[in-house]
Write a protein that binds this ligand. Sequence first.
Ligand SMILES: [Zn+2]
Length: 194
Amino acid sequence: MKYTLEDKMTSLRAVSIAVLLYIFGYSLKISVLLNGILETRIPNTVVRFVTSGVMGAALSTALLIVSVIEIKKYTSYIIAIMDAIMLLLVFNVFNSNGKSELFTLVFISLFTAFIGFNLISVFVVKYQLIKSGKEQSISQLEQIESKQVLELSKIEQEIAEKKQTTCEHCLQEYGTRQALNAHKGRCIKNPKNL
Ligand SMILES: [Zn+2]
């Protein structure tokens, strides 16, 4: 099967890569925010960077898992809203210079959160589609297998039936068991008749 560029662009792998990039960005976002908050509490730069980096990575991984496995739809909405708020905080929106910058920052924050939310939704739908497709082909294979097992048992039954009406000495086949028994009495290959 030959895959076109369009297939590759819309494949689960492409969506997965986009999701990973998004999560990586998310991780950086949380780290930057935490680093700013922790500045006064952890004076050591290295310790502060490591702390915020690890927390950022852990939180964004948790976000991905929750978004993908979430059962309640509103979880993803809450995550998207929090994502937007977090970006607004990272951009320090309350200290922006003028309306134009404020508008740009708010727009970028909402836009990023919206795209991220949709990206994860697409990933979930795509993953479930592929999973259900695989499950379907497995059940088809199982159906074929059970059909073949049935045919095999039919053949075995036929062989067993033929054995019952076949002379074991000369291998001649007869229509009924009575005919076979009558033949056995005079079969020239039957040791008893020698
Ligand atoms: Zn015979």
